[in-house]
Design a protein around this ligand. Sequence first.
Ligand SMILES: *Cc1c(COP(=O)(O)O)cnc(C)c1O
Length: 345
Amino acid sequence: MPIQERGQFASDNGSGICPEAWEALERANRGSTPAYGDDGHTSAASDAIRAFFETDCEVFFTFNGTAANSLALASLCKSYHSVLCHERAHIETDECGAPEFFSNGTKILTVGGNEGKVSLDALEHQITRRKDIHYPKPKVISVTQCTEVGTVYTPDELKGVSRLARDYGLRVHMDGSRLSNAIAYLDVAPRKITWEAGVDVLCMGGTKAGLPVGEAVVFFRKELADEFGYRCKQAGQLASKMRFLSAPFLGVLESGAYLRHAAHANAMAEQLAQRLASIDGIALMYPREANAVFVQLPEALAEALREKGWRFYTFIGDAGARFMCNWSTTEADVDALVRDVAALG
Ligand SMILES: *Cc1c(COP(=O)(O)O)cnc(C)c1O
């Protein structure tokens, strides 16, 4: 396998480190600082996140999204509680049971819903179908923004979810590993789809947005963050050189690159979606809203593309092919892929 590959579409975490994050790392690399987050980069990055959301909130940094989600959910639940989410949710299908593990048994209950979004009716059914002591008590609704199929909840859709949660005394968790793509797509203030829409705890994506590593756990209700630091430490998620997780967040937030790069990735996905859809025999499976393009590909074509070296996932969504764009995807990358699809199809 070549050491370096260009222009791949398998996942946005195949991308490199964006220049703004890289530059922030270089700055953070000068001199020495206190460890375990007691450094100026980490406090400045936390302040930048508070400014981004225009509210006071508690911020923690973890190495990855699985840990961020799992620890955030564990902090909201007791072991006999349950978390409701879409059946395609990353916490259900792609975290190897970590949310249950770190919460000592909190059960994940799934619901359906079109285009990767939870159905309110299905949620209400799942919340109310049992009230007895034998059923794991529903405690949290978790939504993914953008969804696993690249669609985006609107502020009103999120408010509908949080209204339901409040009606039944549940909390709202958001898996925002691609939050920047959602904000860029909706072109709204970040607060509109987070705390103003009723989100209590957010896992804010860094890795897929151009950081080397790292996600932020953001508690909009500060009291929910009580003792969260211990949870991170026990789970092996307290970075001793914390500044290398936090400084890149500062770099992309203070420069505006966080949303600028997301808008670029979305625009590349739009080009790709339009051009693929115009090829005979290729159909889009979901509306292209963020940086993902899902298409139905004939099996022989998928195989031929793989043989040419293209990488993409076929296990997410309804058996289609997923092409992800990222901050570094170029028009030339899109051209090359479209040309091969047209030629091999
Ligand atoms: C990538 C991703 C995550 C984080 O995954 P890690 O590999 O643990 O960093 C979380 N949620 C969603 C929806 C993702 O796509």
